[in-house]
Design a protein around this ligand. Structure first.
Ligand SMILES: *[C@@H]1O[C@H](CO)[C@@H](O)[C@H](O)[C@H]1NC(C)=O
Ligand SMILES: *[C@@H]1O[C@H](CO)[C@@H](O)[C@H](O)[C@H]1NC(C)=O
Ligand SMILES: *[C@@H]1O[C@H](CO)[C@@H](O)[C@H](O)[C@H]1NC(C)=O
Ligand SMILES: *[C@@H]1O[C@H](CO)[C@@H](O)[C@H](O)[C@H]1NC(C)=O
Ligand SMILES: *[C@@H]1O[C@H](CO)[C@@H](O)[C@H](O)[C@H]1NC(C)=O
Length: 361
């Protein structure tokens, strides 16, 4: 039994992330902005193609192989990029028989500099600004569509992402990182944005609703009460996510007001991860569905004082530091269901969600 659990756990570990599929029609060159830190999947219209890259800042280029630690070509021939970095801004193309099939020019904008505003709070989204005094280049934010409300049947919130673009008269606007690739410089307006509003929608029947959820039983604080970071499975900044602590919603509004006491929606993860400082029962919802619950076995008594040791790095913020490996209770064959969900979402990528990310030029 234990072995089965362990096996299921090791199988389900990669399920914690979700790769947002990005497509571009065959023979096209697509230019787009995305955020650093959130996993994506670049799709190649042909199977068994090769992938090459060319980074704009380091000018490094070459074929993608197993050497690139966070990039991997899937068995279908798509390119999965885990936790993309700013420095990986550049060109990606899949090719076959020495000719390019499709090309992506991607600006990975810094998720850590995300400028977050909420309609109920005073802070306003960023204004247009000139890149240089007296210059003709305008820095502005190009907004994506609003994501769905993150809850149904109860008050929720929706959000939309905005990327930094630079416009010149008579030219198509370009993502800031690609525009400034030749002469990178720092300017506080050069940042992506996130806008949040309150919403309320009724629940309607969703085929995924039958899938059930996972219970992580349980997490434990270490002796220094360093915050833990709980990852919502299948979540991504590009999808609606919401968290509850003991049945109380943790909203972006309260987060920005500093009122999500002892918990924090990790801003840089768009709420995908929840940082917690106190034991409670945490639940997360993805696209309005209850998807995971985290139960504490919070006790300091478990750990004798002799185990106390000085940490060299500060509070741990990384998902991989979570002692979640303990026990995974699976309800209603959830691992399988979740696997099927992941498989469906990755392979056939439901039309609804995908359209938002389909950027063609
Ligand atoms: C991809 O990169 C490899 C290694 O640098 C190179 O040999 C190959 O010609 C490149 N392919 C294309 C289509 O540019
Ligand atoms: C900001 O600049 C963009 C691109 O030039 C333009 O489309 C938009 O209307 C501007 N917004 C404002 C408020 O001036
Ligand atoms: C949370 O709600 C569920 C079902 O609505 C209930 O069973 C549970 O006892 C509640 N937990 C707390 C801590 O209020
Ligand atoms: C936050 O955590 C501290 C320490 O556990 C506790 O004393 C305090 O009451 C908590 N605050 C809230 C609002 O739960
Ligand atoms: C922990 O660090 C503090 C300050 O650096 C030091 O005084 C203390 O002796 C250390 N404790 C242990 C157990 O190493």
């Amino acid at each position: 039994m234990l072995t089965t659990l362990r096996l299921l756990l090791s199988l389900s570990a990669p399920v914690l992330g979700f790769y947002i599929p990005i497509s571009c029609p065959e023979g096209h060159k697509c230019q787009l902005a995305l955020l650093s830190g959130d996993d994506i999947l670049l799709e190649c219209p042909l199977s068994r193609a090769h992938w090459n890259y060319s980074f704009v800042i380091s000018k490094k280029s070459g074929a993608i192989n197993s050497m690139a630690s966070n990039m991997e070509i899937t068995s279908e021939g798509n390119l999965a990029i885990t936790n993309p970095l700013l420095s990986q801004t550049g060109l990606y193309y899949c090719w076959k028989e020495n000719s390019q099939v499709t090309q992506f020019k991607i600006d990975f904008q810094d998720v850590h500099s995300l400028y977050i505003t909420h309609e109920n709070l005073d802070k306003k989204p960023l204004q247009n600004e000139s890149l240089r005094v007296g210059g003709i280049e305008i820095i502005f934010t190009r907004w994506e569509t609003w994501q769905d409300c993150n809850r149904c049947g109860v008050p929720g919130e929706w959000k939309r992402l905005g990327y930094c673009y630079i416009a010149e008269p008579l030219e198509d606007p370009m993502p800031c990182g690609l525009y400034l690739a030749e002469s990178p410089h720092w300017f506080s307006r050069l940042r992506p944005e996130l806008q949040v509003e309150a919403c309320f929608v009724e629940c309607n029947d969703n085929p995924f609703a039958q899938l059930g959820y996972v219970i992580f039983d349980s997490f434990r604080f270490n002796e220094e009460l360093a915050p833990l970071s709980l990852p919502c499975p299948l979540a991504s900044i590009y999808r609606p996510v919401s968290w509850e602590a003991n049945n109380i919603s943790l909203t972006w509004e309260n987060e920005l007001l500093g009122k999500n006491y002892n918990r924090s929606l990790n801003l840089a993860s768009g709420g995908r991860q929840l940082q917690i400082f106190q034991p409670a029962t945490y639940r997360c919802f993805m696209e309005q569905e209850f998807i995971a619950q985290f139960n504490p076995i919070a006790t300091l008594e478990f750990l004798g004082p002799q185990k106390r040791e000085n940490k060299t790095q500060g509070p741990s913020r990384k998902a991989d530091s979570i002692p979640l490996r303990l026990k995974l209770v699976l309800l209603m064959g959830t691992a399988l269901a979740l696997g099927v969900l992941l498989f469906n979402t990755l392979c056939s990528a439901p039309g609804k969600r995908r359209n938002q990310m389909l950027l063609a030029k």
